[in-house]
Design a protein around this ligand. Structure first.
Ligand SMILES: Cc1cc2nc3c(=O)[nH]c(=O)nc-3n(C[C@H](O)[C@H](O)[C@H](O)COP(=O)(O)OP(=O)(O)OC[C@H]3O[C@@H](n4cnc5c(N)ncnc54)[C@H](O)[C@@H]3O)c2cc1C
Length: 372
């Protein structure tokens, strides 16, 4: 065995696996198409469940001046709201900072990072060759697919979800707003989607929304859409009226897909969003991406330690992934349906206002335990 692992994609899942494996003397090559640091479309609320594991890897987010978040405020599109404590809570930290921190740690641990867009992966004589349009990299024992929600690799691997209609759009920007509370993550409904607001380590408020493309396409641009649809919700109207955008323009990603995905494709072990994306309103995708990288890394170490077959590795990885995430993915889908249906959202809000103890229980269903 070469003990050589290739990781395709250097977001949270890829960087975490790179760090975990490099720290255990595995030779890791990570391929990332974009430079660091950079902003990404994300709500930037990271659940505390993942902190013990990050600390074990030597990543101390508390030292980055994050915002401590322990409360959720939720409103329906007419602005009726409820508030709930977040038992486990989380941190507000920008992806600009978080991904760059993990990248620096991965380099320090000996991981080799190549800036390249991988287009093809081939298993030949039980070793992987991976290639860009110009170059080939050879002889990897294992390949981790950490290339996020949607990539050229999904297309080239002919993954089923890639051919489905993916009607969701994500939009994000940072804002100045002096009145926004430090300890809250807010989730506000609007026609066809919802917008998350929370503070980051710089003091800027991250506003990130997810909308159905059907709802968006009637408007000429994000400014029109924001004014005509988001700001119908009085809570969002008050926020945007009193805020100043810091970015030159909003970041957008289209074609977001929440379908079930295969966990192993062409013998590539999928982690993070490449394995499955939980609905962002659960505020848990980042912790799951990091946790899935832990599961894959541990299984890879077992594979080398006990000289397992590839089949055993793939079987063990899929079993552990399903044990950790299948149930929350299911609850995430139910929650999404509930919160995007006007009538059901109003009914749910009335019920939750009458029984406030129910909301923390629902949140718990889409989150895990502390990951050690
Ligand atoms: C609108 C929205 C809001 C969200 N809000 C939150 C939130 O508040 N809290 C939370 O926990 N989660 C949130 N999430 C989910 C979270 O952002 C993701 O689950 C998380 O980023 C997944 O990490 P990842 O490493 O799998 O993918 P990514 O972080 O997307 O990383 C994938 C990487 O692969 C690279 N790549 C892709 N293709 C190739 C290729 N062919 N070759 C080389 N590199 C490649 C990309 O450039 C990228 O760097 C949100 C998601 C959305 C859509």
């Amino acid at each position: 065995m070469n003990k050589k692992v290739a990781i395709l994609g250097g977001g949270l899942a890829g960087l975490t696996a790179a760090l975990h494996l490099s720290q255990n003397n595995i030779s890791v090559s990570l391929f990332e198409k974009d430079p660091y640091p950079r902003h990404r479309v994300c709500g930037e609320y990271i659940s505390n469940e993942i902190m013990p594991y990050l600390n074990e890897l030597g990543v101390n987010l508390q030292a980055e001046n994050p915002v401590l978040i322990d409360r959720l405020r939720f409103s329906n599109k007419s602005g009726k709201e409820i508030c709930s404590p977040l038992k486990m809570g989380g941190l507000g930290i920008s992806r600009y900072r978080l991904d760059y921190l993990l990248y620096q740690k991965a380099i320090e641990s000996g991981c080799e990072v190549q800036h390249a867009t991988i287009t093809h992966v081939e298993l030949k004589n039980d070793l992987f060759n991976i290639s860009t349009e110009e170059e080939q990299f050879e002889d990897f024992d294992i390949v981790l697919g950490a290339f996020g929600k949607r990539s050229i690799l999904d297309k080239n691997l002919n993954r089923k979800f890639f051919h489905e209609n993916s009607g969701w759009l994500g939009v994000k920007a940072h804002y100045h707003n002096l009145d926004f509370p430090d300890n809250e993550v807010q989730l506000h409904n609007f026609n066809g989607g919802y917008c998350g607001l929370s503070k980051t380590e710089t003091g800027a408020i991250n506003a990130c929304y997810l909308t159905s493309f059907k709802s968006f396409k009637k408007y000429r641009n994000t400014q029109d859409f924001k004014r005509s649809v988001l700001q119908v919700n009085p809570k969002l109207d008050a926020f945007f009226q009193n805020s100043e955008m810091i970015f030159d323009k909003e970041l957008t990603i289209a074609q977001i897909n929440f379908s079930k995905k295969s966990l192993v494709e062409a013998h590539i072990l999928m982690v993070g969003d490449a394995a499955g994306l939980i609905h962002p309103l659960c505020g848990n995708g980042m912790a799951m991406a990091i946790h899935s990288a832990k599961i894959a890394s541990e299984e890879i170490l077992e594979f080398y330690k006990f000289d397992l077959s590839r089949e055993e590795l793939e079987h063990n990885f899929q079993k552990k992934w399903k044990m950790a995430f299948s149930s929350r993915m299911r609850y995430g889908r139910i929650l999404q349906k509930l919160l995007l249906n006007d009538r059901l959202t109003s009914m749910s809000l009335n019920t939750l206002s009458a029984f406030p103890g129910m909301l923390p229980k629902i949140i718990k269903k889409t989150h895990g335990h502390y990951v050690q």
